[in-house]
Design a protein around this ligand. Structure first.
Ligand code: PLP
Length: 399
């Protein structure tokens, strides 16, 4: 059983207060929000409360701008496909090379099956977006920009407010995948021209299978799922009332803990990162250290395979991840690290540590004890030419 959980970008433990908030909707308050009787009204008021809680987390102007969905992937699909559907004369999308597969594989499908041209904006060695390429891609042929707020593998934050402003100036709709940003950093949609934003419950101590899409008032929207009039016609299907109540509570708690995230969690992440680098050697942090969400560090350990590190750490009671949980299983090199041109031998050794408010200083201490021994053990299994003392194979420019 895992004793220490440092894989919070994959998913987070559900906060007990969130479980408490969703339980009544699973038991006595089981009504359908569309029903006219008291039980229905009760469920409807739980949904309304949750909508206001999510509205506050993202600083939306009105609760009606929040649409509940089944999670980040659905929100992203709904945003992108709505834009394509509503602007048939615009046949291009602008996105970045480091997006989550929820964006990239949909774009790939749109390109192959619908003939949509996809502009993939590159990033530099620190994971920062190429602003000149971004601006050059904007035109009146573009139906939508979809660029993430914070990267799930490196934690690198894109200047989304600035990107949205540039899109607005060019007359292009702007969507952001804020699945890794929501609850980890302040978001104020009232003061940025973002048109649509996706978030997910299970990344902020809520349950899996619930999320939200923000659609700015006045932005035209075509539903992904058709049927009943739920969510004011923007997402059909009887509401997942327990999930929605849970997401609302999770959003409220995330907002209350934002300071904690950016001070206590950041301090733990920094101590872990610094400590590992000092103790281990021949490793470096991947991604822009000046602009990262507070909980994430992605460290490339030279001359080891990330999957071996993850498996041995798991045996030792520490849960971490390869660059991306979604790449796990395939063991393919991470597209994010490849886009950053991290040297290939180090891409293989990329390990992501992602903390949350549930972690403790004692866990950081324990990780600092466990990880160096495991890396050392793996390096000792290498052929002598690649062991410590041998000439360095990698360019440390990414440090
Ligand atoms: N976008 C990012 C950046 C993510 O990290 C994830 C989940 O890993 C998703 C989208 C997909 O969200 P969900 O798991 O809720 O579908």
């Amino acid at each position: 059983m895992t004793a220490i959980y440092f894989d919070n970008n994959a998913t987070t433990p559900v906060d007990p207060r969130v479980v408490e908030a969703m339980m009544p909707l699973l038991t006595g308050e089981f009504g359908n929000p569309s029903s006219m009787h008291g039980l229905g009204a009760h469920a409807q008021s739980a949904v309304n409360r949750a909508r206001a809680q999510v509205q506050r987390l993202v600083g939306a102007a009105e609760p009606g701008e929040i649409v509940f969905t089944s999670g980040g992937t659905e929100s992203i699909s709904a945003a992108i496909l709505s834009a394509i559907e509503l602007s048939p004369e615009r046949r291009e999308i602008v996105t970045s090379a480091v997006e989550h597969p929820a964006v990239l594989s949909l774009c790939d499908w749109l390109e192959k099956r619908r003939g949509i041209r996809i502009h993939v904006v590159p990033v530099d060695a620190r994971g920062r977006l190429d602003m000149a390429a971004y601006e050059a891609a904007l035109s009146d042929r573009v139906a939508l920009v979809s660029i993430m707020w914070a990267n799930n593998e490196t934690g690198v934050i894109f200047p989304v407010a600035e990107l949205a402003q540039k899109a607005k100036t060019a007359g292009v709709l702007f969507h952001t995948d804020a699945v890794q940003a929501a609850g980890k950093m302040p978001i104020d949609l009232k003061s940025t021209p973002i048109d649509m934003l996706s978030l997910s419950g299970h990344k902020l101590h809520g349950p899996k299978g619930i999320g939200a899409l923000y659609v700015r008032k006045g932005v035209r929207f075509e539903p992904l799922i058709r049927g009943g009039r739920q969510e004011r016609g923007r997402r059909a299907g009887t509401e997942n009332t327990p999930g929605i109540a849970a997401l609302g509570k999770a959003a409220e708690l995330a907002l209350a803990h934002l300071d904690d995230e950016s001070t206590r969690v950041r301090a733990m992440r920094d101590r872990l990162e610094q400590g590992l680098i000092e103790r281990i050697g021949r490793c470096f942090v991947v991604g822009d250290r000046d602009s990262r969400i507070a909980n994430t560090t992605n460290i490339a350990f030279e001359d080891v395979a990330g999957e071996d590190v993850v498996l041995l750490l798991d045996k030792a009671g520490l849960a971490v991840s390869l660059g991306s949980a979604c790449a796990a299983g395939s063991f393919e090199p991470s597209h994010v690290l490849m886009a950053m041109k991290v040297p290939e031998a180090a891409v293989r050794g990329g390990v992501r540590f992602s903390l949350s408010r549930g972690n403790t200083e004692a866990e950081v201490d324990a990780a600092l004890e466990i990880v160096p021994g495991i890396i050392d053990k793996l390096r000792r299994m290498l052929p002598p030419a690649t062991q410590e003392g041998a000439p360095r194979a990698l360019d440390p420019a990414h440090a």
